[in-house]
Design a protein around this ligand. Sequence first.
Ligand SMILES: Nc1ncnc2c1ncn2[C@@H]1O[C@H](COP(=O)(O)OP(=O)(O)OP(=O)(O)O)[C@@H](O)[C@H]1O
Ligand SMILES: Cc1ncc(COP(=O)(O)O)c(N)n1
Length: 533
Amino acid sequence: MLSIAGTDPTGGAGTAADLKSITAAGGFGMAAVTAVVAQNTHGVSDIHVPPAQFLAAQLRAVSDDVELEAVKTGMLGTAEIIEAVGTWLSAHPPRVLVVDPVMVATSGDRLLEPEAEQAMIRFCSLATVVTPNIDELAVLTGEPRAHDEDEALAQAARWSEATGVAVVVKTGHLDSREVTNTWIGTDGTRHPVHSTRVDTTSTHGTGCSLAAALATRLGAGEDPATALAWVTDWLHEAILHGAELQVGSGNGPVDHAHRARRLAAAGSAAPWVAGGAVPDRWEQPAQLAARATADGPTGPAASVPPVGPWTEALWAAGAPLAGAIEGSGFVAALVDGSLPEGQFSFYLAQDAHYLQRYSRALATLAATSEDPAAREFWSDSSRHCVDTELELHRGWLATRPDAAEVAVSPVTSSYTDFLLARALGDPTAVGAAAALPCFWLYAQVGASLPEVPDEHPYAGWLLTYRDPTFVEGVRGALGVVERELGAADPAVRAEAARAFLLACRHELEFFEQARRVAPSAVAPSPALAGATR
Ligand SMILES: Nc1ncnc2c1ncn2[C@@H]1O[C@H](COP(=O)(O)OP(=O)(O)OP(=O)(O)O)[C@@H](O)[C@H]1O
Ligand SMILES: Cc1ncc(COP(=O)(O)O)c(N)n1
């Protein structure tokens, strides 16, 4: 996959951004340089355009040796450069050509000579798809700048029909809460991909990154809707975490590698409960809390407080994981509404599988517990789980036939197999401690959620986290676990603590697994707002 673009020595835009984006999108990146640009996160200070013959030599070096899947062009700078690229492309037409008609940088600096605009407009007709921002779309179409998304879509559709070139309309430059990228096909088809605006100044190079990643996915054979969904979701994550890079003091770059680092961390082979974190015999509550907090963050306070010293120690030990769940990408995307529909549907499907199995683990605890109050609590909870699962199928999943057919995932089955094994084969204190995080951490997430507006795509679902009867259930589970631990042998207690911490980690994996699903993997369905659980 070849990028033909200008440079950015601070790595945020141009060929640097393109190569990072191509890698992130799964391709092998190559780059031919059109212009050497002295720029940083504050703007452009100088531009050197090497002779057009030199660019032609770079392009020949590539095509003499390499077969390309796709080409993306960015800053072309001058009419002469546009012509050199056009000539080369005509001799070596790639299967996919994405043209980002770069004219003006975010900083306001011109990256295309004004007299080259007409040449750029003609050049765009060679493309498979063009990715102008709102201002560039106005120049391309020769129309006034669109005021809103509908105007931009209409402009793009007219231009696309006239030229036979698809357009991705990007609303990043409008000031709506939602940011939508829409693929407009030459036959008028529209594939909108919705995302949410991130309140950040780290958007340097977003246009370059979108176009390069899109070219890579299209070059690999993905259809336009799937490719654009992948790119929009990946870029949202990169923008969300851009500021953490702390690169420059102006408009910073996005974090192209955020997803790769997140997935690498998820694939870690380190044990979930470090050796020595739990004593072999848990004699005193403080033994566990002291060890668990010695080498890690303490985490948030419990929204439903512990009911005694044993559950207090469990919380102290598991709190860093509760914090990780509250701060997880899944919860963040669910709350800001950018969670792709396919990932949400996958989550619902796994939730249904989970509840079905969890209810059996709870029923097992009801059958094996000695304490009548525990038996009553577990059997009520098991029954409640069955009801919730049935409601999930009747409500949310009924509107998504594709999601209803999603099989149980490895993450869901390893969590539920673990819970069932603890309930079936271990002392009831261990089974009870393993079952507790599902109650306690779910309520914790619920308490951390902000109010969302009614038009939020997942408003209906977010409300289910606030169910007050659920908080009662958490108190019930805490009471049972506190009593079970108090009565247990210290070795069994230690096993229970281990099971509790493992279950907390399973909870984190359960939430995060949906983020690992391709955003368009489950077919879209009618709007979510207002749907009932
Ligand atoms: N603040 C933001 N929040 C969320 N997504 C954004 C934001 N800014 C940009 N994006 C994403 O990046 C894409 C490209 O951004 P934009 O519309 O600003 O294009 P551009 O002007 O060509 O980019 P550039 O400023 O790099 O030239 C958008 O379509 C959107 O997916
Ligand atoms: C070489 C080059 N190409 C493109 C851009 C546009 O990116 P942005 O508008 O985000 O500054 C840039 N600044 N530099």
